[in-house]
Design a protein around this ligand. Sequence first.
Ligand code: PHB
Length: 367
Amino acid sequence: MLSASLFESYDLKGQLLKNRTVMAPMTRCRAAKGDVPTDLMAIYYAQRSTAGLIVTEGTPVSPTARGYLWTPGIYTQQQIEGWKKVTKAVHDAEGRIFMQIWHVGRISHTSLQPDGRPPEGPTSELSPETVCFAFDDEGNPGNVPTSKPQALDEAGIKRVKEEFVQAAVNAIEAGMDGVEIHGANGYLFDQFINPLINTRTDNYGGSLENRCRFLLEVIVAVGNKIGFNKTGVRISPNGRFNVIPEDPQLQETFVYLCQELDKLDIAYLHINDQTTFGNPAIPDGLLAQLRKAFNGTIIVCGGYDAEKAQSTLDGDIADLVAFGVPYIANPDLPARLENGWPLNEADQDTFYGGDKHGYTDYPHYQE
Ligand code: PHB
């Protein structure tokens, strides 16, 4: 059978994507006071709406879910109203957009938490050598060491689950086409999944089943509320970002998780390879094992160019390919990839925070 082109449309559980490129979720820290999305954010996302699918930047589900200054939230009415401008702009441009819903777990700082409380984690162990973007002792924004967390008890786990469900409901109210639950990159669920971080002795720690339980329960709760066809999840097997230690049972962990996800008929499984973060790659063969375990739509992300993306589709390793940094610098990325046009370079200094500079002022290609 002839495999599909990266530039062919794709049926994502009844939602037609105009090509198989995905704009990866990327933190840009440009929300207004109250972590409210701005008109500039609507322009930014609309400019990129030739992507088959846009996944928004990580969007905290509650005040305690925050791990950065100025990340747009989805737990107040003003935030919902702000996101409505984003979804309208994207839909007017015939794009599709899922919101990545996020809780950072222990990768946070007391200055970001309500009443200066400790961040919430699987345990009360301080994450060694991690920083987050918060206020320092003088009240200036900058990278500060993460604070010692407080372990979530079972009531806290139940509350966070409810916060994810409410965030998903809010995202749909804001006009999102679906949500992606952030299970990757060393944040809350990745902390629970990792056997060296999660030393809990209750139903949410210890065995493989227990460590994956929180994420799976959240997916089920969200799927039951807004529809599994609108619920995706992102994972990062072998990721070390945010000082996640190497999982001695890497393969068992993620094959099990994907087998469980396979039972849920979710919108997609998004697999992030952290090579571009300077971390080890997903080991050879693991992606193929995950593909075997999970029969639904798979998105892969991390260091792809047009050629590698197409060979990934040809090799039937994934269905869709996400691009991160190339989408920051190239609002018209699909056209550039399809026509072999040169790519703009991304300016790292304007990735986080600031104004339109390095955000909405990257040019389209001109012949
Ligand atoms: C980042 O800001 O570098 C970042 C945020 C969220 C992620 C990954 C990276 O999931």
